[in-house]
Design a protein around this ligand. Structure first.
Ligand SMILES: CC(C)(COP(=O)(O)OP(=O)(O)OC[C@H]1O[C@@H](n2cnc3c(N)ncnc32)[C@H](O)[C@@H]1OP(=O)(O)O)[C@@H](O)C(=O)NCCC(=O)NCCS
Length: 304
């Protein structure tokens, strides 16, 4: 089978999206897990964000003019992150995933700025966990996808006062404040992603202040997702999450989802106390440890 590997362009986004959804659904069906519903139009801004200016970090594998698979990675400060690696079910097991991964990884290894190479995968996805681990990208942090609904939202045993957040807008002052928190908590900046989120119509960012300084930030989305969220002190996480839940509820959102690192005990305790349930378990994998996970909630798997 002749496979052509080349940088993606805008016209590849729809077939790449289809390959991703088909591969994730095949994976889910094999494990009797709920199928993935991902609307292309809704995800198009994210796809374009990942494609970037020249498609440099977005590689497709083409077989007879069909997109058989793709991978994309982002480089943010010293963090090189594999956002997606997917091969359409009918092309799996033929070496395409391995070749896409090798090509991406050789870029990471030759990239002078990349200090940490990282990836994200479902905890039961043994082919990808093995592929990454054999290449020096080790399982570091479990991430629990917790979901809650307005009808089952409980009061925590100890009352938590929501910490009021101020709506942030897309300006250089906000970016500088968030960059400082990211450096402290994630160890790497990514202003390009914050510009994307701050400009997204379906997301809002809140800044949390204490003693005259900014102590954290949190994003909420119209689809009920909370994150990314970063707090300089773990003591503030429960109150920040309660504020986010109140904001979403007051907008009429009735389903919530939060991707919580296993180390973030404050978020796990609060969300379980409030009636959230686990829906999925994934792994952050990386060449070296990074991030104070106890202070952080990830955004979506593709941007961490
Ligand atoms: C993970 C995935 C990209 C692999 O693509 P693929 O083209 O089928 O994989 P390859 O044929 O190139 O094999 C890659 C490696 O995985 C191993 N592998 C493939 N299928 C496997 C399986 N079912 N069980 C165990 N190992 C497996 C292969 O042996 C190979 O290792 P090797 O190079 O040492 O021989 C593909 O299964 C997929 O798209 N899965 C759904 C999406 C996903 O979960 N992506 C990863 C997280 S973003």
């Amino acid at each position: 089978m002749k496979v052509q590997y080349r940088p993606a362009d805008d016209g590849d986004l729809h077939p790449a999206h289809t390959a991703l959804v088909d591969s994730l659904n095949q994976f889910a069906a094999q494990r009797a897990m709920p199928l993935v519903e991902l609307d292309f139009e809704e995800n198009l801004p994210l796809w374009r964000h990942l494609l970037g200016a020249g498609g440099k970090g977005f590689l497709v594998a083409e077989v007879k003019k069909n997109i058989a698979g793709f991978c994309c990675y982002i480089v943010r400060d010293g963090l090189w992150f594999l956002s997606y690696l997917a091969v359409a079910p009918e092309f799996q097991g033929t070496g395409i995933g391995r070749e896409l991964f090798d090509r991406a990884l050789s870029e990471a290894q030759g990239n002078q700025t990349a200090k940490v190479v990282a990836a994200y995968t479902n905890a039961s996805n043994w082919p990808s966990i093995s592929l990454y681990t054999r290449n020096g990208i080790y399982p570091r942090m479990p991430v629990l996808k917790l979901e809650g609904s307005i009808t089952n939202l409980c009061e925590p045993p100890e009352p938590v006062d929501p910490m009021p957040g101020e709506v942030a807008s897309l300006d250089e002052e906000t970016i500088a404040l968030i960059d400082d928190i990211d450096l402290e908590i994630r160890h790497f900046k990514r202003d390009i992603d914050h510009r994307f989120w701050l400009g997204a119509r379906s997301m809002r960012c809140y800044l949390f202040k204490k003693n005259g300084g900014t102590t954290g930030y949190a994003y909420v989305a119209d689809d009920g997702t909370i994150g990314p969220l970063a707090a300089l002190s773990t003591d503030d996480i429960a109150a920040m999450l309660c504020f986010c839940l109140d904001r979403l509820s007051s907008q009429g959102v009735d389903m919530f989802a939060v991707h919580v690192p296993g180390e973030n005990r404050a978020a796990l305790s609060l969300l379980y106390d409030r009636g959230f349930k686990i829906q999925d378990l994934s792994l952050v994998m990386s060449s070296l440890p990074f991030c104070k996970w106890e202070n952080y909630v990830i955004s979506r798997p593709s941007l961490l």
